[in-house]
Design a protein around this ligand. Structure first.
Ligand code: ZN
Length: 115
């Protein structure tokens, strides 16, 4: 198992997700490790420059942020499995997850048989 290789991929994805979340949300000051959508009128300058995004409402940001956060949590969980030395095992049958599958999604939690 090339755990170090997958750890690097996960770390890279975590960094990318954090910067993406930063364009539609901001850390929630009331809830640690939670993010809240930026209201559209405060949107990033890049978004405001593009009038096509005029419909990018707070709801739009919230939906995008929810998707990013879900993936972010999945990536964090995968990184914590590396710490706990349980990374790369199918959570259903405990067999090793195929490396090709981890290559496609390093945060995969199940083997191909248990998609
Ligand atoms: Zn399995």
């Amino acid at each position: 198992m090339k755990t170090e290789h997958f750890r690097k991929k996960l770390e890279a994805e975590k960094t990318r997700l954090e910067s993406e979340m930063g364009t539609v949300g901001r850390p929630n000051p009331r809830v640690p490790n939670d993010w809240e959508p930026i209201p559209s009128e405060e949107g990033t300058e890049a978004d405001q420059a593009d009038q096509a995004d005029v419909f990018m409402s707070r709801e739009g940001n919230a939906a995008i942020l929810a998707d990013l956060e879900a993936r972010y949590d999945t990536v964090l969980e995968a990184l914590s499995r590396i710490e706990k030395k349980t990374y790369g095992k199918c959570e259903v049958c405990h067999a090793l997850i195929e490396e090709a599958r981890l290559e496609a999604d390093p945060a995969a939690t199940t083997c191909r048989a248990h998609l």
